[in-house]
Design a protein. Sequence first.
Length: 431
Amino acid sequence: MIKKIFFVFGIFSAIISFAQKSHLQKQVVSDAEQIIPAWHNIDLIGNKFILSMLPVDVKMDTITSPPASNLCDSVFTPVFVFTNNGTDTIASVNFFVSLDGNPVYTFPWTGTLPSLQTATVTTASLIAPVGTHTLNIIALSPNGAADGNPSDNSHHQYFTTVNGTVFPYPQSDDFEGGLFPKVNWTLENPDTNETWEITSTAGGYGNSINSIYFNNYDIPDDNSGQVDNYLSPFLDFSSVTQPIMTFDIAGVRYDADYYDSLIVFVTKDCGNTWSAPYAKGGSVLATAPDIGNFLYVPPPGDWRTDTVDLIYFAGYPSVQIKIQFYSLWGNATYIDNINFSENGVGIKENSASDLLFVYPNPAKENVTIKYSTSIKNGTLKISDTSGRLIVSQNCNAAGISDVDLSSFSAGIYFVEVLSLQGKVVRKLIID
């Protein structure tokens, strides 16, 4: 008696005929370019192996939009890639789109897709409210027929829509209204334990009543590693040339082993990536000597004002700042008067406009950078918006440098001249 068993290996179908008492070991193969079958036949009554591709078989490969991360705008357009895994050219496919398990629409695709080729499809816009979502797309009826291998016809994407409402620049928070967190600001307390809270025991330099603080002294158990965040709303930096952040801070360590840190993170892509232009901890963060026997409350003279240079985010339409407290079970840290403004300390773009010229701007293949011949021991640098240094060279006596931009990608860059006279920065746009 002859038996037949049908298998599907990736894009191939296989029919194996073998005699009764034959022993066939099943082997799962995925994404193989070559399949070599082998089995042992006890009765030696002959066997046959036929390997062929399915005529009609489409496969959903990936969803590229929305990304599997944060989405700033609640309105988005699904984009995905599918492959023709069959032998027949694909001329039409219906794509069934659902969001959070709810049918949205069926998107008809038509075209010419030869065997083993891929196509990118952009569908119609959807709305995903703030929160976590699942987008699912299913390929149906390729060429108006049933798919020979429907097991790979669907793909899903998890993503989160955040409150991407953008607010004008500048912004500030002095905590004097008594409301914390401030409207449109966000407090993140992942472990639901101790976190930032408002206090009326101390204000910046004694000039106000309120501030926010993290009280680690009164916590009975070691909370080392705990992270708590205070996030600004999304701010519009598109017309800002010299953004900075300032805040007043006061704090102490418990001792040399128990102390805390403060990190300022910044994102320009809705939280998918973060940069940290500010990070201080331990004795560098502290504004007074260690206190290990009572909760620290800062007198007016213990306060310090710190500045965070945000120039690498100038020109971006949606920027968010995250103030992160990282605990090593120290004493207490206070913050007051958070301000976002222009013209950072030591950056003289407006007052020293005669010292640095960049032209043409926007530029394409070359840019000329002209600076004062009075600059002493100057260094010319060009960096991208992530802070990565692209060009670094000495300023010359002629006061002019030509830079080849042929290897630069289009985008925003920053030209900086650093010398004994100070630092001057210009924004450069490359088309």
